[in-house]
Design a protein. Structure first.
Length: 102
């Protein structure tokens, strides 16, 4: 994984005076970099896929509900037409589509 500096640090460097003194005396230079890296992953990484999955699930349930409503309306329509038409006869064969109410 590539090293990334925290925001605001464009090019970490050793000040010139400290570098020249370290070269002249052989003294080591200690560089301390304060980082504010987050401990875990941001919530946005988990929240976005969950929102997309929830939206897809809600859309799927919406389609199921719409299909059920459409089939219910079709069943009621077929029942009303069958009650209104009475028995149907074709060539001596009579078909009763619905029972009489009395």
């Amino acid at each position: 994984m590539a090293h990334r500096d925290p925001p605001g640090i464009h090019a970490p460097h050793i000040p010139a005076d400290d570098y020249r003194r370290a070269q002249a005396t052989g003294q080591p230079v200690v560089i301390v970099v304060h980082t504010t890296d987050p401990a875990g992953r941001p919530l946005r990484r988990y929240l976005f896929p969950l929102v997309v999955a929830a939206a897809a699930a809600m859309g799927g349930w919406g389609l199921v509900v719409a299909l059920c409503a459409l089939l219910d309306a079709a069943a009621h329509t077929a029942t009303v037409i069958a009650q209104t038409a009475g028995p149907l006869g074709i060539g001596g064969i009579t078909l009763r589509l619905a029972r009489p109410k009395h």
